[in-house]
Design a protein around this ligand. Structure first.
Ligand SMILES: Nc1ncnc2c1ncn2[C@@H]1O[C@H](COP(=O)(O)OP(=O)(O)OP(=O)(O)O)[C@@H](O)[C@H]1O
Ligand SMILES: Nc1ncnc2c1ncn2[C@@H]1O[C@H](COP(=O)(O)OP(=O)(O)OP(=O)(O)O)[C@@H](O)[C@H]1O
Ligand SMILES: [Mg+2]
Ligand SMILES: [Mg+2]
Lengths: 227, 227
């Protein structure tokens, strides 16, 4: 479904050059539950952003369903981000001037869903992540883990086919983290592809494939046998 | 050293009222390594901010070395925050327009340390957390875990007597997290008091005391015997 071929990401030049990704080749097949792991700073968020078409490689190519994404128009990329994928950011990126409910409604407004449907679905998603009593709170009125859960609910708003999750349980206690992993597991069982970055070794049991990065390179890919 | 007595934190009023802390009584003795744990949204960051004099209770009192902090002048509170305590925030709060080095220098500038001393100490602290090659990067040029490590280095800049750490390993892989915990452990062995919020059960072995919160209340305090 998504393929990165000889992908490099290089920032700056000369003395100040940082190579975030070096010749990365990975494939995400439809329906997989892929986890990307590795030390802090090794390139996980960078790779996730490139696979999710939020960022472009310096060298190399990303293919979506066999098609070069570098030849997609900005409109096609926007459709991918709005209708096909859902993204949970490592630093949430909630809109500070919108309530939890409005933050979750936002992708549905961009997708022109009607008001009654949006409010109903946003409420249901927030209840699913345990925030039914925080609908009208603004981000600064929410705890770190509550903000993270709003970001998770928002990523699910438009029924995405692929979910990109950057450390979605980083600010959650084990019980809330389990609720989130169960949501992702159920979606995956319905055929939705999950690509998740995590530091938590405990969560590898949910993955069908684990990609390990170190210093911008893929050092190991572990494929689990289907049960 | 720090005592919270009948502390309440209430936001809003009427229908929109949120009780973040209910009648909390806790004590942090000098030299302790205290961990505060509990579910997402239960009041940990709120309690840490109140113990660290960054926030004030709605009801109740916080004592520092036997003295009511509500009768401290704003200047005295500022001296506490600048000279005595070091704070690591759950969402880092780095200055976006300053490099990693400058962010770590900032508390020393506010404390009027000379330029040569500041640069040398800031560099040493960043090297200690593995960021020796990222000194001149801006926050947006750093990974989530790298930003967290800058926040940690910054909290240590003025040789604090008390360190308040809000989930300092939340964005770190186990190896970087271990480096951070070893830094805190060594400081604690030198007599520095640590008050840390964490979701990670694996880290409780470092604590001399564990305070468990649930729905804004203290539900359990576990004191470990001295070895
Ligand atoms: N300004 C505010 N107005 C209203 N409610 C607030 C405000 N700030 C925090 N809260 C609420 O207070 C409660 C405690 O928040 P706090 O940030 O202390 O939680 P926490 O235990 O640190 O959670 P986490 O583990 O998710 O970081 C939360 O339920 C939150 O919604
Ligand atoms: N705009 C930029 N300019 C220069 N270097 C950058 C920039 N953005 C990221 N980097 C560097 O690229 C590397 C990879 O960053 P990335 O955010 O992908 O790491 P990560 O694996 O997600 O780390 P973490 O686990 O800490 O979140 C880091 O070493 C970072 O310093
Ligand atoms: Mg990252
Ligand atoms: Mg918190």
């Amino acid at each position: 479904m998504i393929k990165a071929k000889n992908v490099w990401k290089i920032y700056g030049r000369g003395e100040a050059k940082t190579i975030a990704l070096k010749n990365v080749n990975v494939e995400i097949k439809e329906g997989e539950f892929v986890m990307i792991m590795g030390p802090s700073g090794c390139g996980k968020s960078t790779l996730l952003n490139i696979l999710g078409l939020l960022d472009i490689p310096t060298k190399g190519e990303v293919y979506y369903k066999g098609r070069k994404t570098s030849s997609m128009s900005e409109n096609e990329r926007a459709v991918f981000r709005r209708k096909i994928s859902g993204f949970i950011f490592q630093q949430f990126h909630l809109i500070k001037t919108l309530t939890a409910l409005e933050n979750v409604e936002l992708p549905m407004m961009l997708d022109e869903k009607d008001k009654i449907y949006r409010k109903k679905r946003a409420k249901k998603l927030l209840e699913m992540v345990g925030l039914g009593d925080r609908l009208n709170h603004y981000p600064h009125q929410l705890s770190g883990g509550q903000q993270q859960r709003v970001a998770i609910a928002r990523a699910l708003a438009n029924n995405p086919k692929i979910i990109f999750a950057d450390e979605p349980t980083g600010n959650l206690d084990s019980k809330s983290g389990l609720i989130v992993m169960n949501i992702l597991k159920e979606l995956n069982e319905k055929g939705i592809t999950i690509v998740m970055v995590t530091h938590d070794q405990e969560l590898t049991k949910y993955a069908s494939k684990i990609i390990k990065l170190k210093d911008g390179e893929v050092v190991e890919v572990i494929e689990k046998a289907k049960n």
